[in-house]
Each structure stands twice: as C-alpha cells, then as structure tokens.
Design a protein around this ligand. Structure first.
Ligand code: SF4
Length: 760
C-alpha cells in the first residue's frame, strides 16, 4: 500500500499523520489515517484529525466551477469560460474604477506557497493595495506585541517540546485541551509539579487540568486580563521575585514600567478583576520562585525546570489586546525568561498556517519575509525578486475588518477615507460570513459587491453568496509547506488524485495573470514558488532563504530564520545555534529553533519593557459590566433580562467557521449546534432550564441558541462557540471595533442583553 507522510489540515499544532489511500489514482477513494511519530504530537491526533479524510470523498465537494445565472441559481461552467469571464470583469472594473476596485481576502490555512503567491498576485496582477486575510482575526495582537517587545514575532520562539521540561506554565486565554488536545501532553510536567496556572473567565477543559494537581485557575472578569497581569507583575517586582540582573543586561524601559505597575497591588487588582489577592500572590510567587530555580540550574550547568508564559486568543481578541499581550511579555521579562534556556514567552497560533500565513505578504501592510510594505529597502528587495520596478508594488492597504465593511463601491460601500469601496472581491480559504466580526454587516457588504469570487472546496456560507465559486484542492491533494506554531517549516504532501474539475489555486492565479497580461511570473509548481519565496524573504525578519524541500523531505527540523548563507548541509553555525542545551529538540535542527538567546531583534539587542495601562471603559460599558458585580444587572430595570458579556471560542469537535467540520459526520453528530454555556445561577435569574433557549441581543444583532449549564462559568458572562451559521452565529454580536495597534476585533467581550428565548 502506498502511504504518504503529511500533516493534519486543521490547527497550528500540525500533527504529523500518515495517509494511506485505498486507490491513490482515483479521486474520492477512501483514505485511512494514522498518527505519525513527531515531536509535537508523538503519534497522537484529536478527533478532528482522525476524521479529516472523510471530507476528501465528501459528496458535498464542489467539482466544477459554479457560476450564478440570471435565474439566481448556480450553474456548472467550464474553467476557460469562468476564467475568461473573471479576467474580463477584473480588467473592465480596473479600467473604469482603478485597481483598488478589486480586493483580495486570504487565509491562515493556505500553504506558504499560496499565501506568498496570493500577495504577489494581488499587488502585481491586480495592482490593488487591498489585500488582507483572516489571520488578522487570529494572531494580529500577538504579532504586534512580539514585534513591539522583541523586535520580531514568532509565536513560539522555542521548540514546543521545551514545555515538557517546565515546572511552571502560566497560560492565559487558551483552551488547548479542546482546540489542540495532543498539546496537553506537553503540559504534564508543569501540571505534575503543581505549576500549571490557567487564566480564563470560563471553566474550560484546560482550566480543569488544574483541578486535581495543585495548580491554579484564575477566573478574572471578562476584559480584565490586563489588570490581572499588572497585578501579577506588581507582586513580582515588589516582592523580590524579578530577575534584576537579566533586566539590566537584556531589557530597556524598567523605570517607566515600574511606575505604571506601582498602583496595582493585589487588593486593588482583586477589586477590578475579581481574582482574590491571595491567588494573585500565590501565582506570582510560584512563577517567581520557579524562575529563580531555573536560572540557578542554568548557572550550575544543570538541566533547568523551565518556566513559561503563554497567551492565546482569550487575552488577544480585545480592543486593547496588543497591550494585554504586551503586559504578558512584560511579566515574562520581569521573571527573566525570554531568550534563555530557563523558559520563555510564547503565543499559541490557532490556524493551521497561522504562522506562515502572516509572513509572506497576505497582510495589508507587509511584503514577503515579514517585511514592512512601506520600507523602501524592503520594497526594492521584493521588486527585484519579482523582476519588476519597485513603483509597481502598491502601498499599504487596510486591515481585514475595515476591508470587509467597505465592500460594494457601486452600492454605497466606502473605504475608511470615504472613497468608494471595492466592487470585486476574491476570497481564498476563508468563510467570512461566519467567522468575521459583526457578520451581518459583512454579509451585507458581500451582497453589495458587483462580483464576488470564492475559491473553496465546499459551498460555505460565503461561497453561497458568490457570483462565481472556483473549486480548489484539499490538503491531501496538494504539495506545499506549512509553518507550525513553533516556527518549524513542514511539508504538506499530495497523497491522492483530486477530482478532475478541481484546480490548484497556484494554477488559477497563473491563468488569471496570463489573461490579464500581468507583470511578473506565476509558477504553478509549489517547489518553484517556494524557491521564489526563499529569495523574496532573504534578509527579512522571516528569512526562509536557507530552507529547501530536500531538507524537509529528509525529515530535518528546520526553523526560521534560516539564511541561505548558513545552509552548509550541516547544523547551523554558532550565531544561531544555541549553546549545548540540556533540552535540544533535535541536534540536527537547521535554522533557529530558539530565538533571542544572544540578543533580541531590536537594533540595540534589548527587549523593550513597554508600559501599558488599562483603557477607559469601552463604549457600551457605562454600567461597568466588566467589573465584578457589574455583569448580571437588569438592563432598564427589566427583571426578565440580564446584561452579560459573551465570550466566543472553539469546541473540541469543530475548527474555525466549521465549514469543514460541520460536514464531517461524527463531528457534526457530536456537536450539531451552538450552545451557550451559562452559570446555573444566571440561568435561574432568567428562568432558563438546562437546554432551554436563550436570546442574546445587542445593537449588532440577535442570537438564539440552547443553553448548557456550567457551574464553572462566571455569573456575568456566557460562552458561545463561533462555528455555526444562522440563528446561532455568535459573531453577529461582535462589534466592528478593533485594537488600535493590531486591528484585531474584540471577539471576546460582546455586551448583550440576555433573556429566555424561543425556538428560532
Ligand atoms: Fe492535531 Fe490540531 Fe489536527 Fe487535532 S486539529 S489532529 S490537534 S493538528
């Protein structure tokens, strides 16, 4: 039997798996899957990974282009017909309204090759500056904080397996036990040491890992993570737990930080967050003592029991998410962790290629290699790699939410500057009708467009709105690379033949570019595209120039940055190779498994301690809902209603908008609909039985779902998963407000009025 070594199509853990198609040359043939031994998953898969092959043979698969007809329905059409039509629409729209009348929306699930090519295609073939992607909803606050504090953003700047040697881990706003279950094995050492500290307003599956192991679950009021971090940092700094030598040698900005932390003594922090002062002290002392023991061990030349601070979307998806993540970085720096062998700071990327997807030019403000698009030197380098004159590369565009709200220039959609918005939109790998904030507004924008093109393999809720749907390949039918949450580049390999009507997006871009007589070249071969990506990234922050398919195919661990000059076929040279480390993940690793061991990426080599302060109460929070006791009040004195904060998130069974997992039989059967997790006491105030209908309403929209009792939920909040469309589509309730630095929407704290509902 022919087997293919590849990786899971879903989350950023990128679990290694082996596929064994029944008949590799036959599209739609059955495929069996097994977990493969690999450092991050050790042969394990979650139920999403095990069931992923079902979709390869799904009868819901789109196998021919779908063109909307005059009757309003879709009709199958030939590829030449639809590509000629689309190229004609683009050319005519561009001629009449300018290149920014066309926009592109990409995704963090695309391979590195496709993400790179999409950025190039948008800017050169379409000539538009309007490209952004759904990773803006995922990692933008973490990326902004990493760049601000360290001068470089890589989710985990150390191998994930380092966590296995931890005696203490502070995990904020991440529920890995549901979102990436094989990750939990890496928490076991910290858990066994009683050092797992989880921060989450919700009693999540990850929070419950602390129940029987002496760890801590800190349950702040929604939206008060920043204040909690300030309180933890205050204790570290004032109770002799900070690493002052490290702070003096490796950071800048301590005096200013010290001033902003001064008011956050634990009792005041408790008043704001609801987390008891004793728990704040206990957490800070556990982290501080563990960090001290780790650095003492390093000095003695012993293997340290490491200490980590990790963040996830729970603290990042807020207006102010960049500042909150920065506060977490500050805490890690006070403890002396980043860039040492004693631990570190990291953010846990969610989407499959959430890391690589943000490095190669899909972001509105970036070019390949994680370069800024407004940097003249970066523009000149990339223009040379693309073989075009630098002025041909447009300037910065606008971030994802603003782009989606501006759609439909001929029907009233406007850009933030008041100019008409785009008239044609191409969507690749994203289901924005479900996953974007203020989804009613997004759907209205999609419907204002002159022409919407969606490349997908299923008729997602976004594709259902399209004028043209282009059927593309699934993960097991394509070649390419992905970059996992630890910055390791992995090979995605073709295991079976795609349906005859489906096409690779590289081919689609090449065909359109040819029809548009576009500048530049557009290869249809993933390896050729990757070689071009290597050249375009050379010298940039995310330098892939030393990475090649041969090393990846040989199973070598390759982490960026990996400049070509360091590729000598052996281990990386000393500049990027850590000193002999007790926990080397793979002594043959290439590139940079551990960042910042010698210096941070700012010009002075230091990490920045950036003072951050809580923002004033956000609009709509006049009642102080995010303060203990604030939530749960009766709006307008109505005894049948409660003011609550809605926290959105993911379930074990589903991935992102659910466009794939809702089509997987066992996953849909296990979690067929959205349910609002609510504290029984809150439910009782609303007169709700367990399983009864609850209505959540605000200015953005209304959601009606069944409720599920959870005694581990705070009484001032409900949790609703965002995988579902229709009446349970919780992103209807999320406002369009975004973080001023990262443009991250505030998915985690929609304010609503809750009351008992009826079956929608
Ligand atoms: Fe692994 Fe994530 Fe896939 Fe589950 S969904 S098998 S955790 S990569």
């Amino acid at each position: 039997m022919t087997t293919t070594a590849t990786h899971c199509p879903y989350c950023a853990l990128q679990c290694a798996m082996t596929l064994a198609p029944d008949r590799p040359d036959e599209a739609g043939a059955g495929v069996s899957v097994a977990g493969r031994d690999f450092p991050t998953n050790n042969g394990r898969l979650c139920r999403k990974g095990f069931s992923a092959p079902e979709l390869l043979a799904s009868r819901q698969r789109i196998t021919a282009p779908l063109l909307r007809g005059d009757d309003g329905g879709f009709h199958e059409a030939g590829w030449d017909e639809v590509l000629d039509l689309l190229a004609g629409k683009i050319a005519a729209t561009r001629a009449e309204h300018g290149p920014d009348a066309i926009a592109v929306f990409g995704a963090g699930g695309l391979t590195n090759e496709k993400a790179y090519q999409l950025g190039k295609f948008a800017r050169l073939a379409l000539g538009t500056r309007l490209i952004d992607y759904n990773g803006r909803f995922c990692m933008s606050s973490a990326a902004a904080a990493g760049n601000r504090s360290f001068g470089l953003d890589r989710g985990l700047p150390f191998p994930l397996t380092d966590l296995r040697e931890a005696s203490a881990i502070l995990m904020l706003g991440s529920n890995v036990a549901d979102t990436m279950p094989p990750f939990v094995q890496h928490l076991e050492a910290a858990r066994a040491a009683g050092g797992l500290i989880v921060v989450d307003p919700r009693g999540s599956a990850t929070a419950s890992l602390t129940d029987d192991a002496g760890g801590l679950h800190l349950q702040p009021a929604p939206g008060t993570d920043l204040e909690l971090l300030l309180g933890l940092a205050h204790v570290v700094l004032t109770e002799d737990l900070a690493d002052l030598d490290y702070l003096a040698e490796r950071t800048s900005g301590l005096p200013a930080l010290r001033r902003t932390l001064a008011p956050w003594w634990p009792e005041r922090t408790e008043q704001v967050t609801g987390v008891p002062a004793a728990q704040i002290r206990r957490a800070a002392h556990h982290l501080g003592n563990a960090a001290r023991q780790a650095r003492d061990a390093v000095v003695r030349g012993e293997a340290p029991a490491k200490v980590f601070v990790l963040t996830g979307r729970g603290v990042e998806q807020h207006v102010g998410g960049t500042d909150t993540t920065t506060a977490a970085v500050n805490l890690a720096l006070l403890l002396g962790l980043p860039g040492t062998l004693g631990g570190g700071f990291g953010t846990l990327t969610g989407q499959g290629n959430g890391q690589g997807g943000r490095e190669h030019g899909q972001k509105s403000d970036q070019l390949p290699g994680y370069r800024r698009i407004d940097d003249p030197a970066a523009r000149a380098h990339v223009a040379a790699a693309w073989g075009v004159d630098e002025p041909l590369i447009p300037g910065p565009g606008i971030p994802a939410a603003q782009l989606l709200y501006s759609l439909g220039g001929s029907n009233g959609g406007t850009l933030p500057d008041g100019a008409p918005g785009p008239r044609v939109l191409m969507v690749h790998g994203s289901n924005v009708a479900v996953s974007a904030p203020d989804s009613h507004r997004v759907i209205a924008g999609l419907r204002r467009l002159d022409f919407l093109v969606v490349a997908d393999f299923f008729l997602s809720e976004t594709a259902a709105e399209a004028d043209l749907v282009l059927p593309v390949l699934q993960w097991a039918e394509e070649e390419g690379t992905m970059t996992s949450l630890e910055g390791r580049i992995l090979r995605r390999r073709r295991a079976l033949t795609p349906p005859p009507g489906a096409r690779d997006e590289l081919w689609i871009m090449a065909e359109l570019a040819r029809r548009l007589d576009a500048p530049g070249t557009y290869s249809t071969d993933a390896r050729e595209v990757f070689d071009e990506l290597r050249a375009a990234s050379a010298g940039g922050p995310a330098d892939y120039s030393g990475v090649d398919y041969a090393d990846l195919d040989a199973g070598r661990a390759v982490y960026w940055p990996f400049p070509a000059a360091e590729h000598d076929g052996a281990a990386a040279p000393a500049a990027h190779n850590p000193p002999p480390a007790p926990a080397a993940p793979d002594e043959n690793a290439l590139g940079t498994p551990r960042l910042f061991l010698e210096r941070f990426a700012h010009p002075d080599g230091l990490a920045k301690l950036v003072p951050v302060r809580p923002a004033p109460a956000p609009p709509g929070d006049a009642a102080g809902l995010r303060r203990p006791g604030g939530g749960g009040s009766h709006p307008d004195g109505d005894p049948s209603a409660l003011a609550l904060t809605v926290i959105t998130g993911r379930l074990l069974e589903h991935y992102q908008s659910g466009a794939q997992t809702r089509r997987t039989g066992e996953l849909l059967a296990a979690a067929p609909e959205a349910r609002a997790e609510i504290h029984p006491a809150t439910a009782a105030q609303l007169g709700l039985e367990d399983g009864g209908w609850i209505e959540l309403r605000n200015n953005q929209g209304v959601v009606v779902v069944r409720c599920r009792y959870s005694a581990a939920m705070r009484t001032d909040a409900v949790f609703v998963p965002f995988h579902y469309p229709g009446a349970g589509s919780v992103n209807r309730l999320v406002t369009g407000a975004t973080d001023p630095i990262s443009s991250m929407p505030a998915f985690k704290n929609a304010l609503v009025t809750a009351r008992a509902g009826t079956d929608p």
